[in-house]
Design a protein around this ligand. Structure first.
Ligand code: FPP
Length: 242
């Protein structure tokens, strides 16, 4: 993307995405669902480059939820292979790219090779100063919060923390997103309007934007349309309008 092509509005710090509609996109073309996911992967890779070019700080994408394990084995395999490819391509491209990559979600159910690639990628891109691209993989908000509650309970039992020391900040520090600011804007493609167990703690004051565009067709211009709408909103965080 050349910066001169589009007028860039003021950007929020963190945009989180649902990449919804890959299956329907493929279906409309008489293609297998796997072709939809592949086109979806191409779309997010391009969007990451574009978001880095315009100076966005954080972009999070929901790649695979804790509930997605219910999908047919073949589809899961296919999605995991796209993640492998993404990690391998990032490896090749990382010298030129200034994007920092982080993964949120559980790692114990992922294949060992994927976990190794994730760790390598996070380590290699740790000091990059451009966009932070966060991939939510085997991520589920309820499981994330439950896990944090368990860990906090363990600390209380051990006597390391007193119950009255459990603040919202403390809980946040036990989530996968402890080093990531809460999303300012959450975009869901494909016309669906629900949260699907995504960033439920972190979205408390996020602004929501729904687009009818199916994910493989989603481009920077759609994201900027959402940002323009976001810029016209008044965020009160439970307070009153000043
Ligand atoms: C939802 O659409 C999409 C997913 C569950 C998978 C998204 C994952 C990718 C695009 C893989 C690549 C990711 C990266 C980070 C390289 P759906 O299949 O539920 O669509 P449908 O509702 O139309 O069936």
């Amino acid at each position: 993307m050349r910066k001169t092509q589009v007028k860039i509005p003021e950007l929020p710090v963190h945009i989180a995405l649902f990449m919804d509609g890959n299956g329907r996109w493929a279906n409309q073309r008489g293609l297998p669902r796997s072709a939809g996911h592949r086109a979806g992967a191409t779309a997010i890779k391009k969007l990451v480059e574009d978001c880095d070019a315009i100076g966005l700080r954080y972009l999070t994408a929901y790649a695979f939820s804790t509930e997605n394990w219910k999908r047919p084995e073949n589809e899961i395999k296919n999605l995991m292979n796209l993640i492998r490819e993404f990690l391998d391509n990032t490896d090749d491209a990382s010298k030129d790219s200034n994007v920092r990559i982080k993964f949120i979600g559980f790692r114990n159910r992922l294949s060992k090779d994927i976990v190794e690639k994730i760790e390598k990628t996070e380590e290699r891109t740790r000091d990059k100063t451009g966009l932070t691209f966060v991939v939510a993989l085997d991520y589920g908000a309820r499981a994330e919060i439950t896990d944090a509650a368990k860990k906090l309970a363990e600390e209380c039992v051990k006597g390391n923390i007193a119950p009255e020391e459990i603040t919202e900040e403390k809980v946040s520090s036990y989530l996968f997103t402890s080093e990531i600011p809460d999303p300012d804007l959450i975009i869901r493609s494909s016309g669906e309007k629900r949260m699907s167990n995504y960033l439920l703690w972190q979205c408390s004051y996020s602004e929501l934007w729904f687009s009818d565009v199916l994910w493989p067709d989603f481009k920077l211009k759609h994201l900027l349309h959402a940002v323009k709408d976001y810029n016209g909103r008044i965020r009160r965080f439970g307070g009153v309008r000043k």
